[in-house]
Ligand binder design. Sequence first.
Ligand SMILES: *[C@@H]1O[C@H](CO)[C@@H](O)[C@H](O)[C@H]1NC(C)=O
Ligand SMILES: *[C@@H]1O[C@H](CO)[C@@H](O)[C@H](O)[C@H]1NC(C)=O
Ligand SMILES: *[C@@H]1O[C@H](CO)[C@@H](O)[C@H](O)[C@H]1NC(C)=O
Ligand SMILES: *[C@@H]1O[C@H](CO)[C@@H](O)[C@H](O)[C@H]1NC(C)=O
Length: 497
Amino acid sequence: MEERRKKAVVLASAFLFFLLQSSCALRRDQFPSSFLFGTSTSAYQIEGAYKDANKSLSNWDVFTHSQEAKIKDGSNGDVAADHYHIYMEDVELMHSLGVNSYRFSISWSRVLPRGRYGTINPTGVAFYNNLIDSLLLRGIEPFVTLSHYDIPQELEDRYGGWLSPKIQKDFGYFAEVCFRKFGDRVKYWSTLNEPNFMVINGYGTGDYPPGHRNKQLIAGHNAILSHATAVEIYRKRYQVKQQGKIGIVIFMCWFEPLRNNSLDFLAAKQVMSFHVAWFLDPIIHGDYPPEMQQVLGSKLPTFSIKDRRKLQYKLDFIGINHYTSLYVRDCSVPPCNSSGSIDESPFIYNQRNGIPIGKPTAMPQYYVVPYGIEEVVLYTMRRYNNTPMFITENGYAQHSNSSMTELLNDIDRVDAIRQYLTYLNNAMRKGADVRGYFVWSLIDNFEWLYGYTKRFGLYYVDFNTQKRAPKLSARWYQQFLHGVEVLHEHDEQVDTI
Ligand SMILES: *[C@@H]1O[C@H](CO)[C@@H](O)[C@H](O)[C@H]1NC(C)=O
Ligand SMILES: *[C@@H]1O[C@H](CO)[C@@H](O)[C@H](O)[C@H]1NC(C)=O
Ligand SMILES: *[C@@H]1O[C@H](CO)[C@@H](O)[C@H](O)[C@H]1NC(C)=O
Ligand SMILES: *[C@@H]1O[C@H](CO)[C@@H](O)[C@H](O)[C@H]1NC(C)=O
């Protein structure tokens, strides 16, 4: 009797689970029709053509050719995915996917080889004009980042790049050239991509160019004020006429308390402040977050009256790049034991009681933790009064050394993206004003310090022939965007090329 009842319960819950699964199948029409669904890339990672047509060297060109660069496979972005020469093909890929937007960045050194110390490069401008026009012709909205890590090397040599307040003037000048040349057609501008991650790596740990250590606060300060400079110019001279929106893109992990106690909750909150509010509080609330002021005191740069006047221009949207969640524990009592922690910080962990926070991916410290996207969106919604948000990056990495069959049949990527979109939808049902989602990335590309050893693309790239081939995820995204319910995508196979 007891046994039969148990069986019945098990059967009933299996049936319920099945019902829930099917009714929860992700559909395009669960998102507003105006929602932007796109793919994301950046100039240095795909364009190649690093010296073509009067482009000057960027900080990344110089860095990847230097001895200091610790690129896993010793590679660089000289050719990358050769997008500069075959961008039309990539636009066609997007057209076939059915995306309504494309996030890309402008190579500063292609448009202004010497910053404000030289002239505008007409061939560089022509390239982006052609790209923008080709996108619009296919109904794809350009979503443009002004600087995605790369700056002309000349600005580094002249005054130390982001370390100097002079970069504010240069960035403002570059932004204005872009608004003037492209702003009649570009309606979404991001000033900077992940300035928080960029300054931690380039000025904190020294792993990215220019390889400084412990100078992230001042570099971050200049990045915040460079954003403000560009927004002021846009608001005063272009926005009314061009009717676009301007924002910034922040790298946003979700930090989960390691243990269920108030100390770890506070610690996790503090780490969010040090990573996210560090940039967004000054831009939106006018000053550094109280959590940072308390800990850093006079080490934190301060905003002058002139700076504060600039900061009042704020932003129109927040771009969120989300890839992973991590645990945080308090280190006051008892002191932290750094074994098991990551990133040189004794309080960030990737596992709890030996169990990883999510499914590992090919990127160390990137785990698939779908609920994390809901958490970062709700955090941003609450802290910034539901400012419009875009998920400007979310994606999944594969090891390049996997077999061709595995690379093309990227079921794990499909699962990750589908689950992340499901949790993003949850956040939206709770009221979060999210207006778009961009998969990182359209095509496999140069993954910074990992070179070509990681693949994030919906399309596989053979870097010898530059041929692109759709992975299963490209087909899944295409079907999803066309409103097809894809419940059995696991049965599909993509032929090996
Ligand atoms: C490069 O610059 C030189 C000097 O301004 C100019 O003559 C030449 O046409 C430019 N080449 C391209 C491809 O833009
Ligand atoms: C966390 O702790 C509180 C009490 O401090 C308890 O009510 C709650 O159930 C705990 N949550 C988990 C997931 O253990
Ligand atoms: C640190 O933790 C590891 C395992 O978690 C343990 O073996 C080691 O003894 C700890 N060290 C200290 C100083 O507590
Ligand atoms: C593939 O490369 C990763 C590191 O990039 C390494 O950990 C792994 O062992 C490699 N696998 C094979 C099959 O060579």
